[in-house]
Design a protein around this ligand. Structure first.
Ligand SMILES: N[C@@H](CCC(=O)N[C@@H](CS)C(=O)NCC(=O)O)C(=O)O
Length: 219
């Protein structure tokens, strides 16, 4: 097993599912968390392949790009292997959730950029805008879960990254700044069932309890 270090900020941002994957598979890795605006990040920025995070160091060699890191970590998991169509379905659900989530986030980034220099005003604009897109996003997620005939697991009997993506959205919705868990509950009841099923696992409960102590985004 190679020596793995995941370098990211001290928030969930792009890596909640990646950290959860590694932890649930019992993979020993160094979880390096830098402060968003810290001297530490500024000093190391030039050492990162494109000056951004996440970066995965494998036996000391750095790699960037969330999707590439995710794919690598997915190959290391101890999750039951999915068959062809199961894998297609899990990926379809995962990608659909990501699309709906990005559609909710993007106008928030536009509003944040237009809010001027004040970081508090930026945060306010971001979260207000994101909140206004939450019902549509969760309704869309429910639609794909229903289409995929999900009950309480995306692939019955096999945990997949699609289940973790739903948990990721649930954690995002419960972040006190985002605060859209009521919309999640109302508009994505199948997602709630998936989270409740995941939460029957003590390791997931531990991951969730720890995750809820951490901000989702740095602003
Ligand atoms: N395409 C890259 C984008 C990475 C990215 O935008 N990282 C942000 C944090 S989420 C970052 O490092 N921002 C700090 C900076 O650019 O100085 C990926 O998917 O990993």
């Amino acid at each position: 097993m190679p020596k793995i270090e995941l370098v990211y900020f001290s928030c969930h941002g792009r890596v909640f599912v990646i950290r959860a994957l590694l932890e649930l598979s019992g993979i020993d890795y160094e979880d390096t968390r830098l402060e968003w605006s810290s001297a530490n990040f500024a000093v190391q920025k030039d050492d990162f392949p494109l000056g951004q995070l996440p970066v995965l160091k494998v036996d000391g060699v750095s790699f960037c790009q969330t999707k590439a890191i995710f794919a690598f970590c997915q190959k290391q998991t101890t999750f039951k292997k999915l068959k062809g169509v199961e894998s297609l379905k899990a990926d379809m659900v995962y990608e659909s959730i990501e699309d709906a989530w990005m559609k909710m986030l993007k106008p928030g980034y536009v509003a944040k950029a237009a809010a001027g220099e004040d970081i508090t005003a930026q945060g306010r604009a971001f979260y207000k805008t994101v909140k206004s897109g939450a019902v549509e996003a969760f309704t869309q997620i429910e639609k794909i879960l229903k289409f995929a005939k999900v009950d309480d697991m995306v692939i019955g009997g096999k945990r997949s990254v699609a289940d973790l993506m739903i948990l990721n959205l649930w954690i995002f919705a419960h972040d006190p700044r985002v605060n859209v868990h009521g919309y999640f509950k109302e508009n994505c009841p199948t997602g709630v069932q998936v989270v409740e099923r995941l939460m029957q696992d003590a390791k997931i409960q531990e991951i969730v309890a720890k995750a809820r102590q951490v901000r989702y985004l740095p602003y």
